[in-house]
Design a binder for this molecule. Structure first.
Ligand SMILES: [Zn+2]
Length: 511
């Protein structure tokens, strides 16, 4: 008989919106209905994969873990290596060799130092997979495997064993039926026979892959969700028959949601037209130098703007030009030096402080922009990298922020219920690490996360009130707002956008 011990199997569905579950994912829907589930489980800003995963896998928000965007300009690095591209393992390795890329201890580190294992099987990009457990080769018995590129698996011994059975894995096609299936095949044909690890991540790349390719409600994306549900059914059947009795906690989650691309706008060309010398991440990789230009601009919907000479004159001129563009949505800057976390205005007058949304960081851009979007319709404007009608995310629309979390297992108190307390990825991570007994030895690994233990599900709940707040900022005719909810000492962002009438017709039409 297997000894009962607390372990976790966490099944991730990348980019799954909670409102897309019931129709296409009956098994997941039924599991959630009998589990602890949160109706305000919130992704962090920017609502991008490479920003949210380090929160899920560390218990810290981006202002502490340091992955401030899917792609960013890292001024700590020499210019030819200065672009961080989250989807690229070589970019991650180059940066991690030179600077501490993830600046906090991760779930994988804490498990490894405690003599326990984290085993990741993921159907996102190879870079996304790597960031779920960046140092899997440092600890015995750990695994980091991308089913689309098994050749990049850590450690080498696991790479060879997996290659012998599955070659280099499966190519990414849309929908990613093959990747979804291989995640569960490796779980059943490799992980379970060798003995389940302490924490196992089964991360399915759908419906994110297909949402970006076809759109959130396209029939092919619905097929992708159905296939993900069938894969989950295999895991759930095993858990119900066996895992649950052996002390395995089963969690299902998503990292962020999706909005709908409804119009294109080329912000780079517009700024060049206004007289700025603007270069992109691609330009930097091709050898162009920041010092020969005015602005490094990275992103296509939520964008970072790093000025070569961030003087007050330059910043205010750029701010005014951005604010005059109808297609620009929110504008943020880093907090003023010495300011408190609750200063609404950032270093650039009239823009929100990134500290309000837990994304302020030394690596952050001088100005960050989210292109115009509409919280009511869930539609957004961005550059031409994704087609009209497809899905994208990165801003503060409720459809981008609202994510899935549901958990069940003997460490979570009966009765299972819907929790109305706001919660985020850092809270979930802290709760997993606490239940795994990883946080007793503070001196071995500091700093400690300041996230919230999800006591509403594990017991010891303190009665706290939710306080909603709306922060607004106006500069001339430009107005923007952020909605937050305070819960005890914890603050969560629930929505944000540019305010006022919008003349972009496509943003205002409903689906
Ligand atoms: Zn994602």
């Amino acid at each position: 008989m297997t000894e009962k011990q607390t372990r976790f199997v966490i099944v991730g569905f990348d980019g799954l919106r909670p409102d897309c579950i019931d129709e296409d994912m009956p098994t997941l829907s039924a599991f959630i209905a009998q589990s602890h589930r949160w109706n305000r489980y919130l992704a962090t800003f920017p609502t991008e994969t490479y920003v949210n995963h380090p929160s899920i896998f560390s218990g810290f928000r981006p202002n502490r873990h340091g992955i401030i965007a899917n792609a960013f300009f890292n001024r700590e690095m020499p210019s030819e290596k200065s672009v961080f591209v989250g989807s690229s393992v070589s970019s991650i390795e180059t940066q991690d060799a030179a600077v501490d890329l993830i600046q906090v201890p991760t779930l994988g580190d804490r498990l490894g130092l405690a003599g326990k294992t984290l085993r990741v099987i993921c159907a996102n990009s190879s870079g996304s997979t790597r960031l779920q457990h960046i140092h899997a080769d440092r600890y015995s018995g750990h695994l980091n495997c991308c089913v689309h590129d098994i050749g990049l698996t850590l450690p080498a011994s696991e790479r060879e064993a997996l290659r012998a059975k599955w070659g280099n894995g499966v190519a990414l096609k849309f929908p990613d039926f093959d990747g979804t299936k291989l995640v569960t095949d490796i779980f059943f044909d490799y992980e379970l026979p060798r003995g389940l690890g302490d924490v196992t991540i089964l991360w399915i790349g759908e419906p994110d892959h297909s949402s970006h390719e076809f759109g959130i409600f396209n029939d092919k994306t619905r097929q992708a969700r159905k296939a993900a549900d069938e894969a989950f059914k295999r895991v759930l059947d095993w858990w119900t028959a066996k895992g649950e009795k052996e002390g395995v906690q089963l969690a299902v989650m998503s990292d962020h949601g999706h909005g709908t691309v409804c119009a294109h706008y080329d912000l780079k060309s517009k700024l060049i037209e206004k007289g700025w010398k603007v270069i992109s991440g691609k330009d930097l990789q091709n050898g162009l130098k920041p010092q020969d230009n005015d602005i490094v601009m990275i992103g296509d919907y939520t964008l970072g703007l790093w000025l070569t000479h961030p003087t007050e004159n330059n910043l205010l001129r750029l701010r005014d030009e951005l604010m005059s563009i109808e297609e620009v949505g929110m504008i943020f800057s880093q907090p003023k030096i010495g300011s408190s976390d609750n200063d609404v205005e950032g270093r650039v007058k009239g823009t929100f402080s990134e500290a309000l949304i837990s994304s302020d960081h030394a690596r952050g851009p001088d100005l960050r922009v989210t292109m115009r979007n509409n919280p009511r319709t869930g539609r957004l404007v961005m550059g031409a990298s994704l087609e009209i009608g497809t899905g994208n995310h990165g801003g503060l629309l409720p459809v981008e922020i609202n994510s899935l979390l549901a958990v069940k297992g003997d460490q979570f108190q009966a009765p299972e219920a819907v929790h109305t307390e706001p919660a985020g990825h850092d809270d979930f991570a802290l709760t997993v690490m606490t239940l795994m007994g990883l946080l007793g030895n503070e001196s071995a690994l500091s700093p400690m996360p300041s996230a919230r233990l999800l006591t509403e599900a594990i017991g010891g709940r303190e009665k706290m009130d939710c306080e909603e707040e709306i922060l607004t900022l106006q500069e001339g005719k430009f107005m923007q707002y952020i909605q937050r909810v305070r819960f005890g000492n914890h603050v969560y962002v629930t929505e944000g956008a540019r305010a006022g009438t919008c003349n972009i017709e496509a943003l205002n039409q409903s689906e």
